[in-house]
Design a protein around this ligand. Structure first.
Ligand SMILES: [Zn+2]
Ligand SMILES: [Zn+2]
Length: 325
């Protein structure tokens, strides 16, 4: 099992496997929420009453030191613990009425924290963001949303939603660009990219459907990943520019700008995330966008050469786009 080999890799070299410790770790990793040490003592007691409280406490501390568990403090006068296996670092909303906690992630906030720390010459090790208050269910008496899902699935769901929206927006952009471009070769490039976007869109949607099969309530669970600006905004802006009327070179240039922005967006955020399916989705998408970027740049250069040879080049020499992201 993957979890086992992961834990094995964290075990100090030469240390022996302990049956008790393995049981405690396995029970802990099966839990989803934020457990107090007492919650864990109770859960372990159901499996094996011979394991002492002291052993459980020691093992919890070992898990924290080994990076298997994260200690969280919701201001209740005691710590809680959550596992970190394929569970990205995140922030919490804490309801003071029902004591439930809800997880979310926002790379906008993380970026800001990094900027503040850098500006103050501060080497940040850990940052905690908590929103305390009253949850929607407690406030309105409405039944709670299907929360408490597996964070990894929520993260993957939201990452896929963002990638799908970007892909759709890219497809729209290239379809329009293909219609507008007069240069035959440039038009074929846009058509090819539109085809590719369509194919990727199909792949991403299939992946999304497969994800939903793992949890029938996944679609209705609250948003986990918050972004102020997403990459699909770039393509939407690009499509808007196209509609104002552009020449072939300008169309390619707009495409380059969109793909570069999209590549950067997914790479930057993907690299920031901890190991997870959501991270994988972002980084794979960043790679695809880079391939598109390079294709457009090659086309732009060859269009420029063709135009120069035929003497159609305008006096104003456009800036040569850089491949570098
Ligand atoms: Zn509540
Ligand atoms: Zn949490």
């Amino acid at each position: 099992m993957i979890v086992d080999s992961w834990i094995e890799s964290l075990r100090p070299a030469g240390s022996k496997r302990s049956g008790k410790r393995d049981l405690i770790v396995n029970v802990f990793l099966r839990q989803q929420g934020h457990l107090t040490a007492d919650d864990l003592v109770e859960l372990i007691g159901r499996e094996d009453q011979r394991i002492s409280r002291a052993t459980i406490y020691r093992t919890l501390q070992w898990m924290v030191d080994a990076g298997i568990a994260r200690k969280v403090d919701f201001g209740e006068g005691r710590f809680r613990f959550e596992h970190s296996y394929r569970h990205p670092r995140h922030f919490h909303l804490i309801c003071k009425t029902c004591n439930r906690s809800f997880e979310f992630l926002s790379s906008d906030i993380e970026t800001l924290i990094e900027e503040v720390a850098a500006a103050r010459g501060f080497a940040q090790r850990q940052s905690v963001l908590q929103i305390h208050g009253e949850c929607d269910a407690c406030r309105t008496g409405r039944p709670p949303l299907a929360d408490g899902g597996v964070t990894e699935l929520l993260f993957a769901r939201d990452a896929l939603r963002i990638a799908i929206a970007t892909e759709r927006s890219g497809l729209d952009f290239y379809s329009r660009a293909a219609k507008l471009t007069k240069d035959a070769r440039g038009r074929r490039v846009f058509e090819k990219l539109a085809e590719e976007e369509k194919e990727h869109l199909g792949t991403l949607e299939k992946r999304y459907r497969e994800l939903l099969e793992q949890d029938p309530e996944l679609e209705s669970r609250p948003t986990f990943l918050f972004f102020k600006g997403a990459a699909n905004g770039l393509f939407a802006a690009g499509a808007e520019q196209l509609s104002k009327g552009v020449n072939d070179r300008e169309a390619l240039m707009i495409g380059i700008k969109c793909e570069r922005g999209s590549h950067r967006f997914f790479k930057r955020y993907g690299e920031r995330f901890e190991d997870s399916e959501g991270k994988k989705i972002f980084l794979e998408f960043a790679d695809e966008e880079r391939v598109h970027l390079e294709l457009l740049i090659r086309e732009y250069r060859s269009l420029l050469e063709r135009q120069q040879r035929s003497g159609k080049i305008e006096r104003r020499t456009p800036r040569r786009p850089r491949v570098n992201a």
